[in-house]
Design a protein around this ligand. Sequence first.
Ligand code: G3H
Length: 288
Amino acid sequence: MELREYFAQAKAEGWAIGHFNFATADVLRAIVEGAMRAGAPCVLVGTSPGEAEFLGMAEAVALVQAARRSAEFPVFLNADHFASFDACKEAIDAGYDSVLFDGSRLAYEVNVIETQRVWQYAQTKRGSFMVEAEVGYLKGRSEVQTEVVIGRDDFTKPEQAADFIRRTGVERFAPVFGNIHGIVTKQEEVLDIEHLARVAAAIPDAYLVLHGASGLPDEQVVSAIRTGITNVHFNTELRVAYQRELKEELAEHPGQTTPYRYLQSADDAVRDVVEQKCRLFMAARIHP
Ligand code: G3H
């Protein structure tokens, strides 16, 4: 099945596909194992521009293809928050399955034009390729921060979302409705589900994507899925779990120099986070 068909299925049945970021082969394997353990129908994995630069796009594509074959599980690769046409083109040419063109920091009209360019280029290359876009800048970074100030002015306007989808033709849309990137320690992250419902009503045919899900309570993620989100992105929670276990492992066994030994507990922690999240996305289903 193509990625697009999984999205259609998720939307029809009311569950969400997980998207998890990786920059190393062991984390990719842990993500795939977690999604499989949860019984998820598929998993979307992504590389941010920084992750893609560290790993290499060709390497990311090769690793995902290998994971797909060896696990016999549908794993799809997304270029996550790529912010220029050239970067998206590079990912499309390298063999990614999907791209989030992130023009949210551009002037609105420029975002429309650049998104159209990415979408048109993708169509000429592969019909199965999916394009996501973003209107409304999602603040924060995929790390632990004290606070990220966000107000209603930052939220995606439903009428602008409708105009954007009509003019660009993209299938997946990432709105801002209280979500931020990363985890905040001195602030409560609160989604505005009513605002999400207004965006969903304005673009009924688009697949809605929740970015910045790290740090959100499970109930809020479930509410978002039940209000139309079909794809949920996690990065920071995986990074935090990985680093915590790695630090503990190295502190306990300072003489251990074999990577596949000292990385094992960090990989297990990532796998467990992914399994828990994917179970949550499936449990949110309201239409059996
Ligand atoms: O695309 C990536 C996600 O939106 C990551 O957000 O670091 O808050 O989980 P997060």
